[in-house]
Design a protein around this ligand. Structure first.
Ligand code: KE4
Length: 447
């Protein structure tokens, strides 16, 4: 299709004149992989159709929220009913109470919860809450983990362990990130040294328990056990960023998986998003009652939001949670995801392509590497150009994976065996091409 008949390109050209980069969130611009972003006209089940009317099997699902696929009838009906009763009130509603109850029922470590509108807002508020609850300023995050774009979290590792982070974005003054310590994921020695140096000053440690912003890297059980022990020992709060993994890898989130190996394991605060909104702007943070009651209007930690607990978004989220809590939902979803991940592995192995894949629940990842990386430097050894070739080879064949090698993939309950089969056939053809011509893209790293 030539650019002048390609409606995606036409729309992209228009968008770039009006919206920075032509998108409302950077990763959508395809800058890491090159090429023209697909403008979605509509979606249904596991598929979406672009501006040219071409169908794709969707493994992004809005970056996680669409665990039921697009347009699930029960969710559509709930939203249609809700909008007839009003879009937004700026006043409490029963559905907010019902959604809070559902989250608390499903995530035992959460005794109280506050609803907000985005994962960034939830993570930012959780950090402020941890600082307010402990009276401390410093925090630990890990290289490769992304917790939204709040200033204090846009940080890359300092020059050495004891030094605090440097901003990853213009516009973030160094003094804002001076309290943020960036460590290597899965590095127990660094963790212990950091707590030995700064333990009494640490308000919290925030972590993605399965790092979907490094594509798919699991925190090892020994590492996670030490995070919990050291936070407890030093009076810092363990903050689990489950915006991506919450209700995605298991009904109880990643924390329920670690609790299988670490008796009594629980974070102090959990950040949620994506799935709990079912595709509408809704996120949350919650934890121990004593900590959560530090929040305004009860306590001294201020946090607020015009659209927090929005009645249409809560209807969408509740309808989604009602579906995923049905018996066997995750067993069936996990089996589907495993068939995709193991199938891709088999296709790569058959062609002698260095490939490593992993999955949990409805979330999967893969690397064009001989083995699964355990940290960010290892992830970034991936060959970006080969990934871009794979990305475009799949895209041309109607398979839509994340346009960046550091992003995870998502399977919904709507994906069928035929979708998985078509995907594996597409991968087989691309691998057989031997990754011919290379498509250039910008640096593969999230800025
Ligand atoms: P939002 O502010 O984008 O709703 O959530 C921020 C966030 C927080 N924590 C984790 C673990 C996250 O993955 C995210 C956002 N995820 C990205 C994709 N990896 C959203 C896609 C985008 O930035 O456009």
């Amino acid at each position: 299709m030539t650019p002048n008949t390609d409606r995606n390109q036409q729309l992209f050209d228009r968008a770039k004149a009006l919206i920075p980069g032509g998108v409302n969130s950077p990763v959508r611009a395809f800058r890491a992989v090159g090429g023209t972003p697909r403008f979605v006209q509509r979606a249904q089940g596991p598929h979406f159709w672009d501006a040219n009317g071409k169908r794709y099997i969707d493994y992004i699902g809005s970056w996680g929220p669409m665990i039921l696929g697009h347009g699930h009838p029960a969710v559509v009906e709930a939203v249609q009913r809700a909008v007839l009763d009003g879009f937004s009130f700026g006043a409490p509603t029963e559905r907010e109470v019902d959604l809070a109850q559902a989250i608390i029922d499903l995530v035992p470590s959460i005794e109280m919860v506050r609803l907000v509108s985005s994962g960034t807002e939830a993570a930012m508020s959780a950090i402020r809450l941890a600082r307010g609850a402990t009276g401390r300023s410093k925090l630990i995050k890990f290289e490769g983990c992304y917790h939204g774009h709040a200033d204090a979290l846009l940080v890359k590792a300092g020059s050495g362990l004891a030094t605090f982070g440097n901003p990853t974005s213009a516009g973030v003054p160094p003094e804002v990130v001076q309290h943020t310590l960036v460590l290597e994921y899965n590095n127990i020695q660094q963790l212990e040294e950091a707590f030995a140096l700064h333990g009494p000053e640490l308000a919290c440690l925030i972590i993605e328990p399965i790092a979907g912003n490094m594509n798919f890297v699991r925190a090892s059980v020994p590492f996670m056990r030490r995070c919990r022990e050291l936070c407890t020992q030093h009076g810092a709060l363990l903050v689990f960023d489950e915006v991506m993994t919450g209700f995605r890898v298991a009904l109880g989130g990643a924390q329920s998986i670690y609790a299988r190996d670490i008796p009594g394991f629980a974070p102090d605060v959990t950040v949620l998003g994506k799935v709990i909104g079912g595709g509408m702007p809704l996120a949350a943070f919650g934890g121990k009652r004593a900590v959560m009651e530090m929040l305004a209007p009860l306590g001294p930690v201020y946090q607020a939001g015009t659209l927090s607990g929005n009645p249409v978004a809560t209807a969408c989220g509740l309808a989604t949670l009602n579906e995923i809590r049905k018996p066997d939902f995750y067993d069936q979803l996990a089996a589907k995801t495993r068939s995709l991940a193991t199938g891709l592995q088999a296709e790569a192995d058959a062609q002698g392509v260095a490939f490593a894949s992993d999955c949990e629940g409805g979330m999967f990842g893969f690397f064009l590497l001989p083995e699964l990386p355990q940290n960010y430097p290892a992830v970034m050894k991936s060959d970006g150009a080969r990934f871009n070739q794979l990305f475009h080879g799949l895209l041309d064949r109607g398979v839509y994976i994340a346009p960046a090698l550091y992003e995870a993939g998502f399977v919904s309950s709507a994906h069928g065996d035929d979708d998985i089969a078509q995907t594996l056939q597409a991968a087989r053809e691309v691998f057989a091409e031997g990754f011919g011509a290379r498509v250039s893209g910008e640096s593969a790293a999230r800025p």
